[in-house]
Design a binder for this molecule. Structure first.
Ligand code: HPA
Length: 278
């Protein structure tokens, strides 16, 4: 059961208590893993693994390639909570499904969340296998996870939602590793069907560089709960209509997995430089 957004902060505290009891406290950052990035969860040192089903109020994910496991430990010298698997709006229609996880991260002391995803590229010069730091997003779905939240804090400022300082840190880490990193705007389509070629042409006119089915609700929720946000897309395909080939989740998983090693190097390098109090 996904609690109403108005109860998410309290539910996040309860979830945090359950994690704390098994894995300790005082974390620096949460990391949400997108399709094919499970290998990063395996890289966590001193790992305590907690199935989502053991955490009260925590949403399940039924998507293949999403593990459904919280992994607490150390990565890049920082205390991290890795969320291997996320709940997507297309699973149930509720954009607030990730409210408890985001509130939980804040309650565990995290000052930021690193959101990863797989995405389709709208740019010829950002082919499959590219990485894109999310500079901003477009949400014209009509859905917002904060609908039903109360008080003035629901009017969340989104003008620098993707923290410019953290994006700089990510850029520096990519440069250090000699990993190419594009920067761009991610447009949310709630799925689960892929976009049509006409939707992709419209998205391009609107200023999108990549499209995907996640991340945006989490970014809004994270800002609501006071977390800084850094976002990274693994480009798994050119968007609909750009190549004449059909899109599939199989391709997302395969290409995402094939490029996971780059992300698995980049995130720890980012964490080495991440300033929890910054
Ligand atoms: N569209 C939406 N979501 C995606 C895509 C895409 O082309 N690729 C990976 N996730």
């Amino acid at each position: 059961m996904i609690p109403p957004i108005a109860e998410a902060r309290d539910a996040g505290r309860v979830a945090a208590d359950a994690v704390r009891a098994r894995a300790g406290d005082r974390y620096a950052i949460g990391i949400v893993l997108g399709s094919g990035l499970g290998a990063l969860a395996d890289a966590v040192e001193d790992a305590v693994r907690i199935p989502y089903g053991d955490i009260p109020g925590y949403p399940r994910s039924g998507v293949t390639s999403h593990a459904g496991m919280l992994v607490a430990g150390r990565l890049g010298g920082k205390r991290v909570i890795v969320l291997a698997g996320r709940s997507h709006t297309y699973e149930h229609g509720n954009p607030a499904a990730m409210a408890v996880p985001m509130a939980m991260l804040a309650a565990l002391g995290c000052s930021a969340v690193f959101l990863t995803n797989a995405a389709g590229s709208l740019k010829d010069d950002m082919p499959p296998g590219s990485l894109m730091a999310i500079a901003d997003h477009i949400n014209l779905t009509g859905l917002n996870p904060l609908v039903g939240a109360e008080g003035d804090s629901r009017f969340v400022d989104m003008s620098s939602a993707y923290d410019p300082g953290l994006r700089k840190t990510l850029s520096a880490a990519a440069q250090h590793l000699d990993t190419g990193l594009s920067h761009g705007t991610y447009m949310w389509f709630p799925g689960p069907s892929f976009e049509t070629p006409a939707e992709i042409r419209a998205a391009r006119v609107l200023g999108a560089d990549a499209v995907g089915m996640s991340t945006v609700p989490e970014a809004v929720l994270a800002r609501y709960f006071g977390l800084r946000v850094v976002g990274l897309s693994t480009i798994t395909n050119f968007a609909a209509g750009m190549t004449g080939t059909a899109l599939s989740h199989e391709e997302t998983k395969t290409v995402g997995g094939a490029n996971a090693d780059k992300v698995c190097r980049l995130i720890p390098a980012f964490l080495e430089e991440f300033d929890h109090d910054g």
